[in-house]
Design a binder for this molecule. Structure first.
Ligand code: GSH
Length: 238
């Protein structure tokens, strides 16, 4: 099956124009993503765009097929990986770069305080370049439950690090108001649900809140409705 193109449910132009009156008139945004059930980076890219309230067209490519990367490259990606945001024909092929691009048009992507912003970016960097053991042991499979992951020491240490960050939440979200730092952790929260990771106290509260965020719930529902099954990410049940 070829790429599926659809126009995302759009925010009211008035609300987006309030952030940046020139944005709607000047940019054509197209987001290339993978399977919603399995692609954690696609989830982040999609949530970021929806949070920024910028209208965009969505193009879905089935991942992990022999020609998937070629298709993504054909749509403008340079690495064959998703997400890719094509802005007025110019591809941005990395989630952190997409985040910064959106921040320049929608300041609430990051906290308003400079030091908070630096800390939020540090968390995003940690997710982007780290959590490798969790990623390998707990493939993203948002609709699955009660799956068994190999909980090595490395996996448990990364889970504890995530819990430590989540415990520091400031009465709701990591920096008070919801921002890109929370979005970075949304697929991690979904992984913890799939593989039954137990949390306690403020980390548990934060995990619940993140999974119940309207954009996360919408993404999970869309993933639930997808028919595709990628066997390599379907780990055994308990
Ligand atoms: N560094 C990239 C990571 C992107 C990435 O690994 N995407 C995965 C989906 S979650 C992918 O495209 N996998 C398809 C493949 O490996 O062929 C980013 O931040 O956007």
């Amino acid at each position: 099956m070829g790429p599926i193109e659809q126009v995302s449910r759009r925010p009211s132009p008035a609300s987006a124009a309030a952030e940046d009156p020139s944005a709607i008139a000047t940019s054509d945004l197209r987001l290339i993503i993978g399977n919603k059930n399995y692609s954690s980076w696609s989830m982040r890219g999609w949530m970021l765009l929806r949070f920024a309230e910028l209208p965009f067209t969505e193009v879905s490519v089935d991942l992990y097929r022999p020609d998937s990367r070629e298709r993504v490259v054909g749509l403008g990606g340079q690495t064959g990986l998703v997400p890719v945001l094509v802005a007025d024909g110019h591809p941005i092929w990395d989630t952190l770069a997409i985040t910064e691009y959106l921040f320049e048009r929608c300041p609430r992507i990051w906290p308003s305080d400079q030091l908070d912003r630096a800390r939020a970016r540090s968390y995003a960097g940690e997710v982007h370049s780290g959590l490798n053991a969790v990623r390998a042991a707990m493939p993203c499979n948002t609709r699955a439950r009660d799956r068994i992951a190999d909980r090595t020491e490395e996996v448990d240490a990364e889970i504890e690090r995530v819990a430590e960050i989540w415990r520091s939440n400031e009465g709701g979200w990591l920096f008070g108001d919801f921002c890109a730092a929370d979005i970075m952790f949304a697929p991690v929260a979904a992984r913890f649900r799939t593989y039954g990771v137990s949390l306690e106290g403020p980390a548990l509260d934060y995990w619940r809140r993140l999974l119940a965020h309207p954009l996360a719930e919408e993404w999970f529902d869309l993933g639930e409705a997808e028919p595709m099954v990628i066997e390599q990410f379907e780990l055994p049940h308990r």
